[in-house]
Design a protein around this ligand. Structure first.
Ligand code: ATP
Ligand code: NMN
Length: 219
C-alpha cells in the first residue's frame, strides 16, 4: 500500500517524505486484536528494510483509544516540530525522519509537511457508514489532510464519490485513488486464520514478522 501510494503521489508531483504505520490502541474494540505492544513490534520488524515506511507508536501508547483524525494531527505536528528544530535528523520520541527521502530539501525550503490518510477501499467505504466515523472528522480528514485509497476487491469507492450528497464527492479532489496493477486479495484475517491452522504464510509476510508471531505464540 505504501509503495503504491508513494509512487502515485510522486507521479502527481508530491514530495513524499515517508509513511507511518500507526497500530491502533489495545482498547479498540475489534475481535481477536493482539495487544498493541506486539502489533507495534511487528510493524517495526516489517518496516526494518524499508526506506519509506516508519512506525508511529503514539496512538498505541495513549491512555485511551484515539480518533484517526487526532492521530493524523499528532503526526503532522510532530514531524513539523522535528523539522523546525534542526529537523529530520533528531526525530522525536516516536518519530524519526532521519535520512528519509526529501528530508534535506524540506529543511532548505522550510516547507510544511502534511499528513494524509492511507487506507484500502473498504475503509473508505466505512467513512460513509453512519455511526462508524464522526461526520465532522471525515470532513476534516478530507479537507485538511487528504486521503490515498488503494483499490480493494468488492469495494467501489468511485460510486460513493459520485453521490453529490456525500463528503467524498465534495472533497473528491483530495482523494487519490490507486488501483493495484496486480490485484492483491491479502487480508490480515486470512493470514491469522492460516497461521492458526498451522499453515504456511511464508512470503506473504516478512520473515522477521513470521518469526516474531511464532516466538510470541500469537494467533
Ligand atoms: N489487500 C488489500 N488491498 C487494499 N487495502 C488493504 C488490503 N489489505 C488491507 N488493506 C487496508 O489496510 C488497512 C488496514 O487493514 P486491516 O489491518 O484491517 O487489514 P484487513 O486485511 O482489512 O483486516 P481484516 O481482515 O482484519 O479486516 C485498511 O485501510 C485496509 O483497507
Ligand atoms: N472514528 C474514527 O476515527 C475511526 C472509526 C473507525 C475506524 N477507524 C480507524 O480505522 C482503522 C481500521 O479500523 P477497522 O479495522 O475497524 O476498519 C483503525 O486505525 C481505526 O482506528 C477510525
Amino acid at each position: 500500500m505504501f509503495e503504491l501510494a508513494a509512487q502515485e503521489l510522486t507521479r502527481a508531483d508530491y514530495d513524499v517524505l515517508g509513511g507511518y504505520m500507526s497500530p491502533v490502541h489495545t482498547a479498540y474494540s475489534k475481535k481477536g486484536l493482539a495487544p498493541a505492544e506486539h502489533r507495534v513490534r511487528m510493524c517495526e520488524l516489517a518496516a526494518e528494510t524499508s526506506p519509506l515506511i516508519m512506525v508511529d507508536s503514539w496512538e498505541a501508547a495513549q491512555k485511551h483509544c484515539q480518533y484517526s483524525l487526532h492521530v493524523l494531527q499528532h503526526l503532522e505536528h510532530a514531524v513539523n516540530e522535528a523539522c523546525s528544530t534542526g529537523c529530520c535528523t533528531a526525530g522525536t520520541d516516536h518519530l524519526s525522519t532521519a535520512g528519509r527521502p526529501n528530508s534535506v530539501d524540506l529543511v532548505a525550503q522550510q516547507a510544511r509537511v502534511r499528513s494524509m490518510l492511507l487506507c484500502g477501499a473498504d475503509m473508505v467505504e466505512s467513512l460513509t457508514v453512519p455511526g462508524v466515523w464522526r461526520p465532522e472528522h471525515v470532513r476534516h480528514i478530507l479537507q485538511d489532510h487528504g486521503l490515498v485509497c488503494i483499490g480493494r476487491v468488492n469495494s467501489d469507492v468511485r460510486r460513493l464519490m459520485a453521490d453529490p450528497n456525500s463528503a467524498l464527492h465534495e472533497f473528491r479532489n483530495n482523494i487519490i485513488l490507486v488501483e493495484d496493477p496486480i490485484v492483491n486479495e491479502i487480508s490480515s484475517t486470512k493470514i491469522r486464520s492460516e497461521m492458526s491452522l498451522g499453515h504456511t504464510v511464508r512470503y506473504l509476510l516478512p520473515d522477521a514478522v513470521i518469526d516474531y508471531i511464532q516466538d510470541q505464540g500469537l494467533y
